[in-house]
Design a protein around this ligand. Structure first.
Ligand code: DC
Length: 224
């Protein structure tokens, strides 16, 4: 049976993951956070003191990543260890942006993403989901917001976790990651031509979720 696949792409801090999580749970889909896959490769490189691209490519065979979905919530396993919480640091965010530019890393993670989408009704978020991973997705959404708004959301989020880079540092990181993610040669961050754009700069979380749920229901002809 054909599964339903919804792609959500957009820059760092646009609110993709919180929105995709909420919308998935509302519609009974599995939410797949593909950024977590790149973060896990970056964590492996960091923990194993891997310094060069060549070393990382050679190490890919030793990296076994699995996604488990517990009550719809994604847990990510790296060589049988749950690293879901360990990949959420500013250092790993930047590392993920770097390793994601390596074509071999993208190829390695591509099959895993395709398999999950083939087997489940998913909302998958990332940078290249609508353009490369799921070009035939049932619906593509591009979620964006201004740099200042994204930096201020990240700042509030990190402040709550008591890791506290300054607002300026977070803003600089976001600008750097936007640049890396949209200028790499392979599968750069780009809006798919047929994506529905939601600019969340002046929108509240619930407003964004309501708009996306409504677009999905219309597209998939789901009754309220
Ligand atoms: O969504 P995130 O911030 O967790 O993603 C971390 C990095 O991974 C991001 O800077 C770019 C990369 N990424 C990617 O290249 N392709 C994806 N589909 C998802 C993330």
């Amino acid at each position: 049976m054909k599964t339903i696949n919804i792609a959500i792409d957009g820059p760092a801090g646009a609110g993709k993951s919180s929105v995709a999580r909420e919308v998935s749970s509302e519609l009974g889909f599995i939410y797949v956070d593909t950024g977590a896959l790149y973060r896990t490769v970056a964590l492996y490189a960091c923990d194993n003191d891997i310094k060069s691209e060549k070393e990382l490519i050679e190490a890919l065979d030793d990296i076994n990543i699995e996604l488990n979905f517990i009550s719809g919530t994604q847990r990510i396993m790296l060589n049988d260890e749950d690293v879901t919480d360990d990949i959420r640091t500013p250092e790993i965010s930047m590392g993920a942006s770097r390793v994601s530019a390596i074509p071999e890393v993208r190829k390695y993670l591509f099959d895993l993403q395709k398999k999950i989408a083939r087997e489940n009704d998913v909302i998958m978020d990332g940078r290249d989901i609508g353009t490369v991973v799921l070009p035939d997705a049932d619906l593509k959404i591009f979620l964006t917001a201004s740099v200042d708004e994204r930096a201020s959301r990240r700042y509030i989020e990190l402040k709550e976790k008591s890791e506290c880079p300054s607002y300026e540092e977070i803003r600089e990181d976001i600008i750097k990651r936007d640049y890396n993610d949209s200028h790499r040669a392979v599968a750069p961050l780009r809006k798919a031509d047929d994506a529905y754009v939601v600019d969340t700069t002046y929108m509240g979380f619930h407003e964004v979720c309501a708009e996306i749920i409504s677009v999905i229901k219309t597209k998939l002809e789901i009754d309220d």
